[in-house]
Design a protein around this ligand. Structure first.
Ligand SMILES: Nc1nc(=O)c2c([nH]1)NC[C@@H]1CN(c3ccc(C(=O)N[C@@H](CCC(=O)O)C(=O)O)cc3)CN21
Ligand SMILES: CC(C)C(=O)C(=O)O
Ligand SMILES: [Mg+2]
Length: 293
């Protein structure tokens, strides 16, 4: 597998903890251990790929203490022959990220839909859909870049937010289910080839789900993953919540209902949206402006 993608000219091979699901048949990525990751990472390293080998730090290997985190990252490098490690999370994980960097191990970030948080998130849910969450993610991305991570994966977030983050931070953003505006794209190999069974969310299959694209030669598929070719169909682009849906979301938190003038403001927006059959893209750009305020 590593040989195939390396020969196709990919820049980076991520030995992702999603192998727990795609290779080992586990229900989620929480099953992956440091030993699992070392085993698969070392197998990839065996083919001496030109591509950079980045290995996922599994769940609970970077949550306990900086000491344990450095030791685990070090094992991925020494025994798993990883050249960099990736871990999930934002500002919360900064002390651990800084500890690994201080041990001279390059770190890649991972924000948005972070599968190791599946239970905390209440399922695999797109993140950063409302303005408050979008702002938090933008701040996380800035903090990671500031700390010195060399790149950051953006998974399962609205494309407009991924665009904004990509513009804002100097390091490359690598998207998966984050639209076409990231600096690079990452896909799960098994998804790319249609080897994954069971339910797959839209974003995982995106353009590779058709039999035609599935049977394309790897050499054609890999260049297609480059940002300039990555144009997912619009239905796979995750929108920010519109003002209408935000309003609906807030409703239950106001048992007495919104203040009359507040309600009127939303009504005005809603009327305009309905009247103009407003182009959703225009709405997203409006939302984007609000993120920066
Ligand atoms: N094979 C595979 N490929 C992946 O890319 C992948 C996994 N497994 N498992 C872990 C996570 C989970 N992933 C997901 C899962 C759901 C959505 C998603 O779009 N969720 C919808 C609702 C649920 C649905 O439509 O399935 C959402 O709006 O939150 C995105 C990424 C991506 N990751
Ligand atoms: C989806 C990518 C980014 C990942 O973390 C994995 O495959 O484990
Ligand atoms: Mg992973």
């Amino acid at each position: 597998m590593a040989r195939i993608v390396d020969q196709a000219g990919i820049d980076m091979i991520l030995v992702g903890d999603s192998l727990a699901t795609t290779v080992l048949g586990q229900p989620d990525t929480l099953a992956a251990t440091v030993e699992t990751m070392i085993y698969h990472s070392a197998a990839v390293a065996q083919v001496q790929p030109k591509a950079l080998i980045v290995t996922d730090m599994p769940w609970l290997s970077y949550h306990i203490s900086p000491e344990e985190t450095i030791r685990n990252a070090g094992r991925l490098v020494r025994e798993g022959k990883a050249e960099a490690v990736k871990l999930e999370g934002g500002r919360k994980r900064l002390p651990m990220i800084e500890a690994i960097l201080a041990a001279e191990i390059p770190v890649m970030g991972h924000l948005g839909l972070t599968p190791q948080s599946v239970h905390a998130m209440g399922g695999y849910k797109v993140q950063g859909k409302d303005l408050a969450a979008a702002r938090e993610l933008l701040e996380d991305a800035k903090a990671l870049a500031q700390a010195g991570v060399f790149a950051v994966v953006l998974e399962g977030i609205p494309d407009i937010l991924a665009k904004r983050i990509s513009e804002e931070i100097a390091i490359p953003t690598i998207g998966i289910g984050a639209g076409p505006h990231c600096d690079g794209q990452v896909l799960v190999f098994h998804d790319l080839l249609g080897l994954t069974s069971g339910h797959l969310p839209n974003l995982c299959v995106s353009m590779h789900s058709s039999p035609r694209s599935r049977h394309r030669h790897y050499n054609n598929t890999v260049p297609m993953c480059r940002p300039e070719h990555f144009l997912p169909p619009k239905k796979h682009i995750i929108p920010m919540l519109t003002s209408h849906r935000l309003y609906k979301m807030r409703e239950p938190t106001h048992p007495t209902g919104p203040k009359p003038e507040q309600k009127r403001r939303y009504e005005i927006i809603l009327t305009r949206e309905t009247k103009d059959k407003q182009d959703p893209w225009q709405l997203f750009y409006m939302t984007q402006m609000q993120i920066s305020n």
